[in-house]
Design a protein around this ligand. Structure first.
Ligand code: C5P
Length: 302
């Protein structure tokens, strides 16, 4: 009996480190990043249907395309082509991850759609093939399948798992409107014009902080080479970062290509205090708290 409905839960990510090398001939940048999944999730449900249809609720529902312009749709279409079948699915996204926010929400939806369709269509696609399809869909999609903590190299699609201990507490300041990832990379290139850019590498101190489960060291080790570019395109984020710093956040960073700002804090109590203060400050659209690390894409009860 084929399943009538399959739901997959997929986490958002923050880049604890994002070291960006010079632009490559294919337009991408060689990066060395430490992806970290946080417990802020999108749920992707796949039901029997005719062709592909897509409905969306939650974060950014009115703004996202519900057609082949959506990465979740493209994931269903790519998996069907790979399996040599006609795609037949009604996809539904329940979104909590901000759109165009630097937390890989679109990539999460693509990873969720891959796994949910694989379940619905009972394909049993081997994991390495799913990883390859994920990388074809976008640089951050393999990590959304993977979850936890992983070093990403190449354009971010080549993953090496990282062992960490303990759990961490985060506050996320979501902004009005998104930032385009290509535009932020282009701004990074513009700001670095004429400079010699070393090959990107992962910080030892960050690895040490993760092994020890030490949020204070982790806060100090956060680093994002795209931050200056995101701040250049969205100067209002500087006030968000310094507000949280003044309130004692252990570390703060623009998440990925932004404009979401991520703050690591000591514990749940400090997360709530900072979230309340940021909400009242009027500096951001909304605030979310989450723990980490979170599991990668996984089936849940529909
Ligand atoms: O792989 P993805 O489609 O998510 O990438 C979106 C855009 O972000 C790319 O077209 C490129 O402009 C930029 N990018 C980059 N270097 C990376 C990842 C993304 O320049 N490592």
């Amino acid at each position: 009996m084929p399943a009538e409905s399959v739901t997959v839960r997929v986490p958002a990510k923050v880049n604890l480190q994002l070291a960006v090398g010079p632009p490559r001939a294919d337009g991408y940048h060689e990066i060395a990043t430490v992806f970290h999944a946080v417990a802020l999730f999108d749920d992707v449900t796949a039901r029997e249907g005719t062709g592909i249809t897509l409905s969306i609720e939650g974060e950014g529902a009115g703004e996202l395309p519900a057609d082949a312009g959506n990465l979740a749709w493209r994931a269903a279409s790519l998996l069907a082509a790979h399996a040599g079948i006609e795609p037949a699915v009604r996809l539904h996204l329940r979104k909590s991850i901000p759109i165009a926010g630097g937390m890989a929400g679109g990539s999460a939806d693509a990873a969720g759609a891959l796994l949910a369709c694989d379940g619905l269509w009972q394909l049993g696609t081997p994991r390495d093939e799913l990883d390859r399809l994920a990388a074809e869909l976008g640089s951050d999609v393999p990590f959304a399948l993977h979850g936890g903590t992983a070093i990403g190299t190449g354009r971010g699609e080549r993953l090496t798992p990282v062992l960490s201990s303990g759990s961490f507490h985060w506050v996320f300041a979501l902004a009005d409107g998104g930032l385009s990832t290509p535009a932020v990379y282009a701004e990074c290139d513009r700001l670095r014009a004429g400079m010699s850019i070393p090959n990107p590498y992962v910080s030892d101190i960050l690895m040490q902080a993760l092994r020890a489960g030490d949020p204070i060291l982790l806060g100090k080790a956060l680093n994002n080479d795209l931050q200056q570019a995101a701040l250049s395109l969205r100067p209002s984020l500087k006030a968000v970062l310094s507000f949280a710093d003044d309130l004692g956040a252990l570390g703060g960073i623009v998440s990925g290509s932004g404009p979401t700002c991520a703050f690591i804090v000591r514990d749940e109590a400090q997360a709530i205090d900072l979230a309340v203060a940021l909400s009242a400050s009027g500096l951001c659209r909304t605030v979310k708290t989450a723990t980490s690390p979170a599991q990668g894409a996984r089936f849940i009860a529909s």
